[in-house]
Design a protein around this ligand. Structure first.
Ligand SMILES: Cc1cc2nc3c(=O)[nH]c(=O)nc-3n(C[C@H](O)[C@H](O)[C@H](O)COP(=O)(O)OP(=O)(O)OC[C@H]3O[C@@H](n4cnc5c(N)ncnc54)[C@H](O)[C@@H]3O)c2cc1C
Length: 437
């Protein structure tokens, strides 16, 4: 049942809402300020019903933007803190790219060295090929001149990790109420939110609200009476006027059903997650040209085979998000492309197309105007976690938000404040074809 009020209200039980609730409960308890019983999480469906429950689950540091990379390091620390409960597989991550991406990967590697994130950089086509063949003797991808091998990171099982977080939050006394939809906010004259309005009644707010809605960001943004379109100051000082705050992209993902053990390293070990971008022509196993432009895929070993995806497709206009994610509109040629790319990478995947299965993966993500997260107070007592679809891996954001809520400053979250759109303090952009690199 919905209580009449609560000191802290969290909207959304995905990775961010639950991580915030769990870490906030710990902060309150350890500081003698309260406990998890002061926190209510409102979830319209059930924990993990959103993007966190279908994410491929890749956890990596490979970001060209310094602020993203530093934040990811803190997130990996959280994943590593309890791998069993988070169902986290610390198998590492490999990013491979062609000439055009080499400077980005070099810069990322150099930063990782500075911040103490364990990785190895290999450059030059022959050396990259040798490194990959040592891991996978049947490696055969072409046109790859740089390889960033991260020895930390890997992947986690999406729903299981959400349920792990849920258990941790509930053990701290947090109440997670499923089947309650937030429909609006009572906004007072001073701009603070006095109550959260739901389809089960009103919930008075004693202290603060955290909004972590994943793909439903635009609806909650509107409910907070924030603008649909904004002006953005570019780093060069120009003003780009009236840009849409939110856009949607369809993430294309799928899997092949094969013996998971068949995707192993040469010594029989678990394979790192692989992200391959190249401009080498891509052909199907029958020799038909798929593309001769820059293409990319990512893939990992999963419980029933190999799972992964390719570059997402921008959606023109709005989308109907519910029921999530069954509205996903994947390019019909995606399975051919993805399977051809797997085969391009390793001969063990030759002929894998008949094993392709359309699984419960792939879905829509909501992206901000610059494709990077907004982590900020958007009302005096409302903190928003709007991750621009970067964030299953960002399990540590909730830990930082919890610290901010109890009054600390987070230098890791500061670069993601909303004010950057007015000041031009934007994040640098890489050469990747993905909106999240
Ligand atoms: C197909 C796909 C693959 C991805 N793969 C990766 C990956 O490999 N690695 C990675 O780091 N990221 C990945 N992402 C991105 C990542 O999944 C998201 O950025 C992240 O899960 C968002 O977490 P969240 O907690 O903000 O949102 P969600 O997990 O979507 O949770 C939000 C919750 O809020 C609830 N909700 C929404 N509106 C309301 C309301 N009005 N009232 C009450 N409850 C509400 C929803 O039901 C939902 O459960 C992927 C995303 C997609 C779509």
């Amino acid at each position: 049942m919905l209580p009449s009020n609560a000191p802290y209200v969290v909207v959304g039980a995905g990775i961010h809402g639950l991580s915030t609730a769990f870490h906030l409960a710990r902060e309150l308890r350890s500081r003698g300020l309260g406990s998890g019983e002061d926190i209510v999480v409102l979830e319209k469906t059930e924990p993990g019903a959103g993007a966190s429950g279908i994410a491929c689950g890749v956890v990596r540091n490979n970001y060209f933007q310094p602020a993203m990379s530093e934040l990811m390091q803190a997130c990996v620390e959280v994943w590593e803190s309890d791998p069993a409960v988070y169902h986290y597989n610390s198998v590492g991550y490999i990013a491979l790219g062609p000439d055009i991406q080499e400077p980005d990967l070099v810069a990322t590697y150099e930063r990782q060295e500075r911040i103490g994130y364990r990785s190895t950089l290999i450059t030059g086509e022959r050396k990259v090929d040798a490194h990959m063949k040592e891991l996978f003797p049947d490696w055969r991808a072409k046109g790859v001149t740089a390889c960033l091998h991260e020895h930390q990171g890997g992947f986690a099982f999406n729903r299981d990790s959400v349920l792990g977080l849920l258990g941790k939050a509930e053990a701290e006394g947090v109440r997670v109420l499923s089947g309650v939809t937030v429909t609006g906010f009572d906004i007072r004259g001073d701009g603070t939110v006095g109550a959260v309005v739901t389809d089960a009644g009103r919930l008075g707010v004693g202290e603060q609200v955290v909004v972590a809605p994943g793909p439903w960001a635009k609806g909650l943004w509107r409910a907070l009476e924030l603008p649909d379109r904004i002006d953005v100051r570019t780093p060069s000082g120009e003003l780009a006027r009236d840009l849409p705050m939110w856009t949607y992209w369809n993430l294309q993902e799928g899997e092949i059903v094969v013996d998971p053990g068949s995707f192993a390293t040469a010594d029989g070990g678990p394979p790192p997650v692989i992200h391959l971008d190249t401009d080498a022509p891509l052909e199907t196993d029958d020799g038909a040209l798929v593309t001769d432009e820059l293409w990319g895929i990512y893939f990992k070993r999963d419980r029933h085979g190999v799972q992964g995806g390719a570059a997402p497709l921008e959606v023109d206009g709005d989308v109907e998000l519910d029921p999530y994610p069954s509205t996903t509109d994947v390019d019909p040629t995606f399975p051919d492309m993805w399977c051809a790319a797997l085969s391009h990478a390793m001969s063990r995947f030759e002929g894998c197309r008949p094993s392709y299965r359309r699984a419960r993966s792939g879905g829509v993500g909501a992206f901000t105007v610059d494709n990077f997260p907004v982590f900020d107070y958007m009302r005096p007592n409302v903190y928003t976690i709007l991750d621009s679809n970067h964030g299953y891996k960002m399990i540590g954001v909730g830990r930082e938000v919890a610290r901010v809520i109890v009054g600390e400053h987070s230098s890791l979250l500061y670069p993601f404040r909303f004010e950057r759109f007015a000041t031009g303090d934007l994040h640098p952009v890489s050469h990747s074809p993905y909106p999240w690199s």
